[in-house]
Design a protein around this ligand. Structure first.
Ligand code: SF4
Ligand code: SF4
Length: 421
């Protein structure tokens, strides 16, 4: 990230920080926070049971589910579902059988999701010749930017770009000439996205939370794009094992608190709950699917290191994905998204990368850049002690030989001279 982008990012972070101050000190929000902390703790403790309950509920609700132990398995499952859908539409032979055969016949409409970022689905589908269109405005801007386009925040992926930068990006990519005005840019991108996904029949998204007992998926959004995605013939949803909670009420509480902390708003414009395919029995009581919404809802339950993290730093999985921890993180404010791993931002991302990938990845993601100041813990709605988790991961990385080599010199100096210098 360059200096200008870092400055824009800090300004945007400050805006959110100031905007949410009053809301976060409100007794109702505090009550909600306490409730969510308990929901998350219980959900992590009873994770295995909740997954089993969810599988049963999905089956009852006619939702297809799959389990992916890692990112590669998740990508393969997604690809196979797409192939199956394309076969059903009779276009598979024309399109996606060759890896580099760019094919406009299959366009996937995708919404913002850190889990989809974690499994790097965009790059994978591109290699498979399947076009994927980001429907979230921030993500679409980054997609049109093409280079150095890593998101910066879980709910505001492009908040480091100024309106002038964004106008230049969209005008160059779409060969247009809109002024550097947010509304004009939004309208241009909206028109282009809607045109590109007009024939799309597969939607791909994450979910904010999953209600195991009800077999329901909860999504929050402001733009209305997840509504579009859930109306497509096939809706594929990828969720981490940590997103499962007992009931719809629990799931909505989490989504609400996440919104409070992420944006400073009380609630998002939309909260969608999907509990199965679209269906009707209005003609002779015969059940038919795909009235207006999806004919097939497929949920991919992703482990990708989470079970391992549960064993050693289970607190890490309490996360509700609000991004509050990075707003005031001194390291993130100075170096931006270099501190973190893929779409797992900041210190928690660094810690999680130890389980999603390995110790070397965690070291490369900034394990020793953290100052251990604890501001992330103070600002976390579910009180995750990221600084302590980082210390724990460092202990392990040190044993494996991943630590700054300057530490050897410091140790030697202390031993020989009684001082690090
Ligand atoms: S403890 Fe580390 S991750 Fe947390 S705010 Fe401080 S520098 Fe950032
Ligand atoms: S660690 Fe806490 S503050 Fe950071 S994204 Fe997760 S829930 Fe939000």
């Amino acid at each position: 990230m360059n200096k200008k982008e870092l400055e824009s990012m800090r300004n945007s972070f400050k805006t959110v920080y100031d905007k949410r101050k009053e809301l976060l000190s409100n007794p109702q929000t505090k009550k909600l926070q306490e409730r969510v902390i308990n929901i998350r703790k219980e959900a992590i403790t009873n994770n295995k049971e909740l997954l089993e309950i969810a599988k049963k509920s999905f089956k009852e609700n006619d939702i297809d589910y799959y389990f992916a132990e890692d990112d590669s398995k998740a990508r393969d499952i997604i690809y196979n579902i797409i192939k199956e859908c394309a076969n059903n539409e009779g276009i598979f032979d024309e399109g996606i059988s060759d890896e580099d055969n760019n094919n406009d016949l299959i366009t996937i409409a995708k919404s913002k999701s850190n889990t989809l970022g974690e499994i790097d689905i965009s790059k994978f589908l591109k290699l498979k010749g399947i076009s994927l269109i980001e429907t979230d405005l921030g993500d679409r801007i980054l997609q049109l930017k093409r280079k150095d386009n890593k998101p910066i925040h879980p709910t505001g992926p492009a908040v480091h770009l100024s309106v002038n930068d964004i106008a230049e990006i969209v005008n160059n990519a779409l060969d247009k000439n809109v002024p550097a005005e947010p509304k004009a840019i939004m309208e241009l991108v909206r028109e282009d996205v809607l045109k590109k996904i007009a024939k799309s029949y597969i939607g791909l998204s994450g979910a904010n939370a999953v209600a195991s007992e009800d077999g329901s998926l909860v999504f929050v959004h402001n733009e209305g794009n997840i509504s579009l995605i859930s109306l497509m013939k096939t809706h594929i949803v990828v969720v981490g094992i940590d997103k499962f909670v007992p009931t719809i009420e629990d799931a909505i509480s989490i989504a609400k608190l996440e919104t409070n902390y992420a944006t400073g708003s009380k609630v998002t414009s939309y909260i969608n709950v999907v509990s199965g395919p679209s269906k009707t029995a209005d003609i002779e009581k015969k059940l038919i699917k795909n009235m207006y919404g999806a004919e097939k809802v497929a949920v991919i339950i992703l482990d990708n290191g989470r079970f391992e993290a549960l064993q050693s730093v289970n607190e890490c999985l309490l996360c509700i994905g609000c991004g509050s921890c990075i707003l005031s993180c001194p390291v993130y404010n100075v170096i931006g998204n270099e501190f973190g791993f893929n779409n797992c931002f900041g210190g928690r991302g660094v810690a999680m990368s130890n389980f999603i990938e390995d110790t070397k990845t965690s070291f490369d993601s900034g394990l020793y850049k953290c100052t251990l100041c604890g501001l992330c813990t103070i600002n976390c709605p579910v009180l995750i002690q990221t600084n302590s988790i980082i210390e724990k991961v460092r202990e392990d990385s040190h044993k494996k030989g991943f630590y700054p080599k300057a530490h050897d010199k410091i140790k030697e100096n202390i031993k020989n001279k009684g001082s690090p210098y």
